[in-house]
Design a protein. Sequence first.
Length: 185
Amino acid sequence: MRPSLEPGTVYRTQHFARWDSNPTRLVNRLVLQGRLRRLRHGLYYCPKPSRFGEVPPHDDAVLRAFLDGAPYVVTGPEQWNALQLGTTALHALPLVYNTKVSGEQQLGSRRFRFRRAAFPAKPGPEWFVVDLLKNLDSVGGDASVVAERLKQRVQAGTLDPTALWEAARAYGRTSERSVVREALR
């Protein structure tokens, strides 16, 4: 029986155990046939064709397979810049909070920074504010500019003060709590 592969889907080697007693051999054969592409050891994807060439798998599919279904939250420059608090981090790696892995990992052509840490199931912009404050040193942000812009955003009503304080209380350190407390005054 041949495994049915869905284009754009990411698979772990163990997924193929139901079709062959030696899933590694089956995966290697599928790679040689061009039906699978290797992302890293034990992680493969079925190429999705387009008229411009193969489309790489979506980051979410890669992360879900890599973390084997464990919960995670992607944060980093894209989310922090969207807050409009004065940061313009361009070259920092996406940061993936999860419950399994820490360290930098190359997954296909993308590099991610993984960190085992507590995070909410559905983070809102207020949680991302606290996360930015925790990582301000890594993006070269100016703390005074961010604090002033945060105060302006709270006063303008674009951030929920209660949710912001709850996120700071639950996920922030003393330094993040003091910045949030000052912005809420």
